[in-house]
Design a protein around this ligand. Structure first.
Ligand code: GDP
Ligand code: MG
Length: 442
């Protein structure tokens, strides 16, 4: 993957005391290949390499004590820039209500799901009264799909009237939104398998009757260069105000994201990070750049943890992780966090070590239900046992299994997992710990 490739290029650079101009040029050649392989559009990759090379071969950098780290920092900053800069994008909700947000994109890109995610977000985080309407008359049951999601997130959907055309539905949605004093109207439009004239004509007609404040292009980040082509076609036809990249929980998240800004000239506003209806994040260029560089996203994990657990707990845990200390109390805190953060899947990719822990967990047949069992198992241990898992002999294991209503094998699994994770923590420590990473990218 892009982060593996970049990670190894920069590991080599960072390990060196002095760099020559040639070292930087060689590294940049590898970076260029890695970018292209990750579906970054050619002009974007070229511009990126030129900018980085120019800054990196500056005399100050090469003469400094840690030229490798400085090059990494330059690359990181350039990635942030390319992904939209340091300013966090937001939705424009200032217009006279109902503010219309129109969602456009190809079929299967995640429009309907993202519409429901935004509806939920607007209601819960912004305190807005939202109404969602599906204009998808092509795909059977598309309107019902949105109605079902609406029920799940408790956001109103426009009642379905069979036989209406998209423009008529949009008009009806506008009327309904005005009558009900709705703050934000979300229009989930129909997609096609490919960009075609009929689709574009429909999008223009819908925009014509609804005067959207936001026109958000939803693209699947896993489709790489195709996503870029789709963005190009749409941005030539409808006045986009932003992009939402879905499936950023998948593997190919680098390439499309890097090209999107260049191709559309519009910011990426949100990232979809899973199928669940709260799996949406404000797009944070700094964070994504960090992930692309493969340095792991410590910031993101700590932030997310801090949201769901007490702040002091998060800090204490981060400190202990940084020191490479990790006992069963910490594991328990982690398990509880994992549950509140959306389960095992969420952890992948956040920290370098977590990928291995996740694989180990899945290899041992672990799913989110098991998290609850594990919590009970650790809960049945004495404080001493939690602080020192080595105490767990056969007799103690039997007692804990009985106490938690589980089996000794399950107790063993918890202990095994603790070992795996403490190994992962040690890896992070080896990388310089949280402080080291923070100093490099802060
Ligand atoms: P639409 O045709 O553009 O309306 O696409 P849908 O909203 O129906 O989504 C198609 C599929 O993609 C569904 O199975 C969604 O659950 C899934 N999906 C949407 N967004 C994401 C995301 O961010 N991550 C993942 N993993 N799946 C997503
Ligand atoms: Mg749909």
């Amino acid at each position: 993957s892009l982060s593996d490739r970049l990670g190894s290029v920069f590991d080599r650079l960072r390990g060196r005391g002095a760099l020559s101009e040639q070292d930087v040029r060689d590294a940049m050649r590898e970076v260029r290949v890695a970018l292209l392989e990750a579906d970054v559009a050619l002009p974007v990759a070229r511009r990126f390499i030129d900018a980085v090379t120019e800054k990196a071969i500056g005399q100050d950098v090469l003469r400094s004590v840690t030229p490798g780290q400085q090059v990494v920092k330059i690359v990181n900053d350039e990635l942030v820039d390319m992904l939209g800069g340091v300013e966090t994008p937001s939705l424009n909700l200032e217009a006279r209500p109902p503010v219309v947000i129109m969602m456009v994109g190809l079929q299967g890109s995640g429009k309907t799901t993202t519409t429901a995610k935004l509806g939920k977000l607007l209601k819960e985080k912004h305190g807005k009264k939202a109404l969602m309407a599906s204009l998808d008359v092509n795909r059977p049951a598309a309107q019902e799909q949105l109605a079902i999601l609406g029920t799940q997130v408790e956001v109103a959907t426009l009642p379905i009237v069979q036989g209406q055309q998209p423009v008529d539905i949009a008009r009806r949605a506008m009327e309904s939104a005005k009558l009900q004093n709705v703050d934000v109207l979300l229009l989930d439009t129909a997609g096609r398998l490919h960009v075609d004239e009929a689709l574009m004509a429909e999008m223009k007609a819908v925009a014509g009757v609804s005067a959207p404040t936001e026109v958000l292009l939803v693209v699947d980040s896993l489709t790489g260069q195709d996503a870029v082509n789709v963005a190009q076609s749409f941005s030539g036809e409808v006045p986009l105000t932003g992009v939402i990249l879905t499936r950023m929980d998948g593997d190919a998240r680098g390439g499309a994201a890097l090209s999107m800004r260049h191709v559309t000239g519009k910011p990426i506003k949100f990232a979809g990070t899973g199928e669940k209806l709260d799996a949406i994040e404000v797009f944070d260029p700094k964070r994504v750049a960090g992930r692309i560089l493969g340095m792991g996203d410590v910031v993101s994990l700590v932030e997310k943890a801090a949201e769901t657990i007490k702040h002091e707990d998060a800090e204490a845990l981060a400190k202990r992780m940084a020191k490479g200390q990790f006992d069963l109390n910490d594991l328990r805190t982690q398990l509880q966090q994992m549950q509140s953060m959306g389960g095992i899947g969420m952890l992948a990719g956040m920290l370098p070590g977590m990928k291995k822990a996740k694989q180990a967990m899945q290899a041992s047949g672990m799913d989110d239900k098991v998290l609850v069992h594990m919590d009970a198992i650790i809960g049945s241990m004495t404080p001493k046992e939690r602080a020192n898992p080595a105490l767990m002999n056969a007799k103690r294991k039997k007692r804990v299994a009985a106490g938690s209503g589980t089996e000794v094998q399950e107790v063993n699994k918890v202990l095994k997992m603790h070992q795996e994770m403490s190994r992962a923590m040690k890896q992070i420590k080896k990388m310089g710990g949280l402080k080291g990473l923070g100093a490099l990218f802060g």
